[in-house]
Write a protein that binds this ligand. Structure first.
Ligand code: ADP
Ligand code: MG
Length: 360
């Protein structure tokens, strides 16, 4: 081999190495860019309107807009499945065919079954068959006080134990009792929030705060970057925006039911949208608001409605016994908290005109 040709071979070797090194640098750079994109979480907040109320999203994610799109799709899907006023919803189909079995999706079947189980567990204070009575009171359309006779005949169609379930060869069927009208309004938002939480996790959200008609889901970190969320329990008055008390929570769900948002006044009496399944009357009793804190949005949504119907004494018993973690506010301004919230409560936050009491 001549000196020339040896040089060529060496030169070739060097250029090979250069190519490999350049390729490695390119791959590492691409990986770094990808890692940077994935780690570069952004925050994004938006408000939408579904199920007759506002839903606000705050998320922290690499692709927050996409995450919120996925979450909002779930709410719209729930709206279609469970709105008993929409002609196409599965609930409408079941109600129109009351007395007979109607084939439904497995999802609708399971949610109605869950609603019935929750009704049993909550002593019937929560009842998903109040549709006929709700219609009389006209919330959402034309509110009015129905006569005793009207309430009496609508009450004949109330009773969660009259709902029938049938599973056959992989198909699912539900039957409302004759004349009965299933109404999932008391847990539909909670259910949507459960699915939203799953969509947020799938979309890789690091943090999310989603507020939907009195229910708030908190995961990850708060918008201020701390590991705790400062959650204000609203002053229970129409259009109020301040907090009666603030809780510092590590996460979970806070669901509030109250008589100050959807109500009407007739002859000086306030009637709110929550109905007592035992009497058919509007449950504006001695409580003004009840908030339940737990991990599951469906349970929280149901429980706050059930406790509101149960009233002050029953709610204080539930808070004192450790059965429920929560806050109850009565008409005199007393803010009752369950004993397990004594660490979470911000004692300096109690609003003027309100006083804090730990029950139990
Ligand atoms: P809140 O957030 O104040 O609890 P929800 O929207 O969760 O209100 O529940 C109220 C809705 O649930 C009503 O609009 C009605 O559709 C339905 N509902 C009313 N009373 C009851 C009840 N006792 N049990 C189950 N559902 C109820
Ligand atoms: Mg509720």
């Amino acid at each position: 081999m001549t000196t020339e040709s040896r040089k060529d071979v060496v030169g070739l070797k060097i250029s090979h190495r250069k190519i490999i090194a350049a390729a490695a640098v390119a791959v590492v750079t691409a990986l770094c860019i990808m890692m940077f994109m994935l780690c570069r979480c952004r925050t994004y907040a938006t408000v939408q309107f579904h199920m007759d109320t506002f839903i606000s999203y705050y998320v922290e994610s690499s692709f927050p807009e996409k995450a919120v799109d996925a979450m909002d799709r779930e709410v719209r899907r729930c709206e279609q499945l469970f709105d008993r006023f929409s002609p196409e919803s599965e609930i409408t189909l079941i109600n129109a065919n009351a007395g007979n079995y109607t084939e439904v999706s497995e999802e609708t079947y399971r949610l109605i079954a869950e609603a019935v189980k929750l009704a049993e567990e909550n002593g019937g204070y929560f009842d998903p068959t109040l549709g006929a009575v709700s219609d009389l009171w006209g919330f959402g359309t034309d509110p009015r006080v129905p006569s005793e006779a009207e309430i009496g005949s609508a009450m004949e169609h109330v009773g969660y134990d009259r709902i029938g379930f049938m599973e056959k060869e992989g198909s699912f069927f539900v039957r409302a009792g004759e004349g009965q009208s299933i109404d999932l309004g008391g847990i539909a938002k909670g259910y949507a929030l459960r699915l939203i939480g799953e969509a947020a996790a799938e979309a890789g959200c690091r943090s999310a705060v989603i507020s939907f008609g009195g229910n708030v889901v908190l995961t990850g970190r708060g918008p201020d970057g701390r590991d705790v969320f400062s959650v204000g329990i609203r002053v229970p008055e129409e259009n109020a925006t301040s907090a009666a008390v603030v809780l510092n929570l590590g996460g979970g769900v806070v669901s509030t039911s109250g008589s100050y948002e959807r109500f009407f006044v007739e002859n000086g009496v306030r009637y709110c949208h929550i109905i007592d399944p035992f009497t058919g009357s509007c449950a504006a009793g001695d409580l003004v608001s009840v908030s339940v804190i737990c991990d599951d949005p469906v349970e929280a949504d149901c429980l706050s409605t059930a406790l509101f119907v149960r009233g002050l004494d029953g709610t204080l018993d539930a808070l004192a016994s450790g059965e429920v973690t929560g806050v109850a506010i009565d008409g005199s301004g007393a803010v009752y908290i369950s004993p397990d919230l004594t660490e979470a409560v911000d004692y300096d936050s109690v609003a003027q005109g309100y006083r804090l009491e730990v029950v139990g």
